[in-house]
Design a protein. Sequence first.
Length: 249
Amino acid sequence: MDRLNGKRGLITGGTSGIGLETAHQFLNEGARVAITGKNPATLAAARKELGGNVLIIPSDAGEVEDQKKVAETIHQAFGGLDILFVNAGIAQLKPVEQWDEAAFDRSFAVNVKGPYFLIQALLPIFANPASIVLNASVNAHIGMPNTSVYGATKAALLSLARTLSGELISRGIRVNAVSPGPISTSLYSKLGFSEADLKTVAASIQSQVPVGRFGNPSEVSHAIVFLASDESAFTVGSELLIDGGMSNI
């Protein structure tokens, strides 16, 4: 349980779901951990759950200036950074005719632009070696209705995993991605459905998963620990699909 012993890790969107579970796993593996989040209530809850040694950084994942502040805070607190898990993101699922420019721009700001400029801001303090893990999605691979914008943002992250790998590996920075399928987190409750509609949507999604269930956050976080650790030193520009076989049908 010491695969990340002495390493310094930053998890964006670390207050719930996959991000929070990954923070637990990083701590269990010996890392120093910082998390970001936007909601003061969930930040406070995460602080209570994770303990006082975790660095809590309020940040809007879609604001470029906030990414610079995150990098400055990490530099001051940790001196450098060994691991970045880009997890913060939003999912809005609706038909193409219901999208407006503001919602489109917000999705790309949080899911793509913010992460891009966070990586840029952190470049001066990344250790050599270092690992970046991007949280993409199975929706970048399948043509699920109502996911046109969400799927496009996650496809952009997968492209970044490949292009940034080629650009940054000479500096000792590996970039990889995980692409979860449907995972049991609070994400779906944030989509604006009524309780009855949410159950219908969940049942429809579950029927598309060959293993017949939603995944657990821990099943993703264990893969992230692998990509963050030196065990994956020869894994560069890769994607781990953790989707219960959903992308194979």
